[in-house]
Structure formats: structure tokens, C-alpha cells
Write a protein that binds this ligand. Sequence first.
Ligand SMILES: C[S@@+](CC[C@H](N)C(=O)[O-])C[C@H]1O[C@@H](n2cnc3c(N)ncnc32)[C@H](O)[C@@H]1O
Length: 243
Amino acid sequence: MKSDSAGLPNKTLSWKNYGKNTAHLCAMMCSNKTTIWSIGGDTISLDWTGDRNSIFKTLGASNHTDKGRELNDYYATEPFAIDVLCGVEKFAGTIWEPACGGGHLSERLKEFGYDVISTDLVDRGYGRGGVDFLASTTSLGDNIITNPPYKYALEFCEKALSLVDAGQKVAMFLKVQFLEGKKRKKFFKDTPPKTVYVSSSRLLCAKNGEFDLMRAGGGSAVAYAWYVWEKGYKGQTVIDWVN
Ligand SMILES: C[S@@+](CC[C@H](N)C(=O)[O-])C[C@H]1O[C@@H](n2cnc3c(N)ncnc32)[C@H](O)[C@@H]1O
């Protein structure tokens, strides 16, 4: 068997066989140097600057390829994510969930005693459908909390911060990986979140709300965090660990 100079064998890896651990496996193999590696029978050169979009979508900002994504990005968040958030943050006044999907976050927020207004671009049988958050010009609530469509996550954060009043909060459920990226660096520098709460245990976002199917398939390989802004805050961002 051939091997590269680190002594690692050249062999064909299969996404199917290695499932969610594939990303970790590649990371271990390639951590010290750029190397020639074979993925799916296709020999390629890997490094950490990004040779192959599909690999970096897995390692990076997305846990699905664009092809496999649900139309309009409907991935329901397990309601326990709200327990995690409400364990560390309080919200003064009403809450707008502007991408409510099936209401998984909204319903749990209500159980915590909040007055919640729920809308979504798509009518998913919960809240008010047909409301494009990115086209909104006024806020329907004092605070905004959601897990936004990943494709427009930055736009959702920017829009939410433009809509709420000074001192009010925006909480976004996003991948830990959302911290990096040049466009986001500028955004974070200009409008720093007050706190980023990294979930130490994995929380699930299930396509079409099929949590059981996701658990049966091994759960999630994606690390999430709550990013919380208090509009007007200009200090350093605190990173905290929860859950
Ligand atoms: C990742 S899902 C999250 C659903 C819900 N927030 C949850 O956590 O369970 C994103 C949702 O955003 C909605 N969406 C996509 N683009 C939108 C837009 N421009 N305005 C409002 N909602 C949008 C999708 O229809 C989808 O229901």
C-alpha cells in the first residue's frame, strides 16, 4: 500500500462508510501538512485553505451540501435549545420568531412565559406564513429569536439588529463555525454579540422536524451556539459554555 511522507496510507475513503466521522478522520490525517489523499476514488490534494467545496462544507459552515438542503432551509431546532438559552438570558418584552417553521422554538418560549409572535416565509401550519423577514421594515416584537435559514444567516442577524430598539436583544441559534469568515469578521467587529453560548452537548436540527430519524441515524456532528446581541453593545464578546 502506498503512503504519504507522514506514513499515512493512500486509500479510498467513502462518505457512506465513515458517515459523520469522515470529517474528523480527514482532519486527523491532514492536520500537519498538505497531503495527497483519495476521497471516493478521486485523488485530490487537501489543505486547510479549501481545495474542495464539498469537503469544506462538511468541515465548515454547513452540515449538508446545497443539493441536499431542504427548500427554504427548513431544519427544526430541538426545543431544548430554548431551555439552554433561557437558563442564561432573560428578555424584556415580547419576542418575534421570524422564521418559526413548525414552531419548535416559539412553543417552548411560550412555555417559559414569553409573549411570542411567530412568522415564516412559508406557511408551515404554524404562526403566520408569507412574511419575508428580510423585507421587513419594522419589528413585530421587542426581541428577535430564531434559528435562521443558514443560507441567509448573516442577513438575518443584520436585519434583526436593524429592527430592534437599542438595549433589546437578538438571539440567533447558529453553528459555532459562524464565528469565522471575512464578511462575518467585519460584521462581528462592527456589531459584537454580547455573549456567545457554545453548547457543549450536541443539539439537533432535524430536516422537516424528523428528530427520531436523525437520532436513529446517529444524531448530529454539528456544534451549535446561541449568539446573543444587546443592540448598541460595543464591548468585547464573552464566550461561555452551556449545556
Ligand atoms: C432552519 S429553519 C428553522 C425553523 C425554526 N426557527 C426552528 O428553529 O425550528 C429556517 C426557517 O426559515 C424560513 N425562512 C427562509 N427564508 C425566510 C425569509 N426570508 N423570511 C422568513 N422566513 C424564512 C424557512 O421557511 C424555515 O422555516
